[in-house]
Design a protein around this ligand. Structure first.
Ligand SMILES: NC(=O)c1ccc[n+]([C@@H]2O[C@H](COP(=O)([O-])OP(=O)(O)OC[C@H]3O[C@@H](n4cnc5c(N)ncnc54)[C@H](OP(=O)(O)O)[C@@H]3O)[C@@H](O)[C@H]2O)c1
Length: 253
């Protein structure tokens, strides 16, 4: 059995305080990494996960910043420079967005959703790569099945995730020669706080439960497991891919 050892690695996880980001933070900390947790509004969950990371004997930083705002993003990297001095792994996980159907969508909704979910990936990568040791680094974005499937109310977020997956491929083409792996993990429905904003939450969970060939919902930890693999040397020849973690939901006819 392979033992994935991330001791000494410095990681930034956007939206690392809750849900899938939290599970990734804990999984990578268990493998030995020190973690910078970014959040935007709710400090308490960020403090809680930081304490859990510290209990594992790792360093935890808490950084409040809206990834959709360039100046605030700069503040993330100022803290990383001061406290970590380098960055080995970037996990672009934070997401937001407006859940509306076609007649109610405005340009403002489009800009907000695209800026945070797709646009922010560009300045994040630009800043992260400068801090990665020469010839190596891992960048992982978190996407969803809405990038390749149609989900009621998910129009804008789905489009933003499709853009994100395309950015992953194109940026990977540029960074693979520099030894940086850029990949994406796309999840099926995961029962996190994010689902509370879906008017059809209960139906989504029920349909997923019924239709997932593997027989259960995807958990945040299922997603974190694949992220851990992508952070390890086991995935050194995986570049520009989107790995789907959905218990087989999307392969159904
Ligand atoms: N849940 C699902 O079914 C599902 C399925 C597939 C993919 N995903 C993807 O997985 C990722 C995490 O989703 P989740 O369900 O775990 O979400 P969640 O539980 O709602 O957590 C969202 C996290 O992102 C942070 N955040 C939101 N907007 C931000 C911004 N502008 N700048 C910085 N941080 C921000 C939040 O901070 P605050 O607490 O301060 O607001 C929180 O830490 C997202 O990319 C999502 O699209 C989710």
């Amino acid at each position: 059995m392979f033992n994935i050892d991330l001791t000494g690695k410095k990681v930034l996880i956007t939206g690392g305080s809750r849900g899938i980001g939290r599970a990734i933070a804990l999984e990578l900390a268990k493998a030995g990494a020190d973690i910078a947790i970014n959040y935007v509004r709710h400090r308490e969950p960020a403090e809680k996960v930081a304490r859990e990371i510290e209990k594992l004997g790792r360093q935890a930083l808490i950084i409040k910043a809206n990834v959709g705002d360039d100046e605030q993003m700069d503040s993330i990297f100022t803290t990383i420079d001061e406290k970590f001095g380098k960055l080995d792994i970037l996990i672009s996980n934070a997401a937001s967005g407006v859940l509306k159907t076609i007649d109610d969508i405005t340009e403002k909704h489009w800009d907000w959703t695209m800026d945070i979910n797709a646009g922010a990936f560009i300045p994040l990568v630009q800043r992260a790569k400068l801090r990665m040791p020469k010839g190596k680094g891992k960048i992982i974005a978190v996407s969803s099945l809405g990038a390749i499937r149609a989900i009621p109310n998910y129009t804008l977020v789905g489009a933003s995730k499709a853009a994100l997956e395309s950015l992953v491929r194109h940026i990977s083409l540029e960074l693979a020669p520099q030894g940086i792996n850029v990949n994406c993990v796309s999840a099926g429905v995961v029962d996190t706080d994010a689902l509370k904003f879906f008017p059809n939450r209960d139906e989504m969970l029920e349909v997923s439960k019924q239709k997932i060939p593997a027989g259960r919902l995807v958990t945040p930890e299922d997603v974190a497991d694949v992220v851990l693999f992508l952070c390890s040397e086991l995935s050194s020849m995986v570049h520009g891919q989107t790995i789907i973690v959905d218990g087989g939901y999307s392969i159904r006819g």
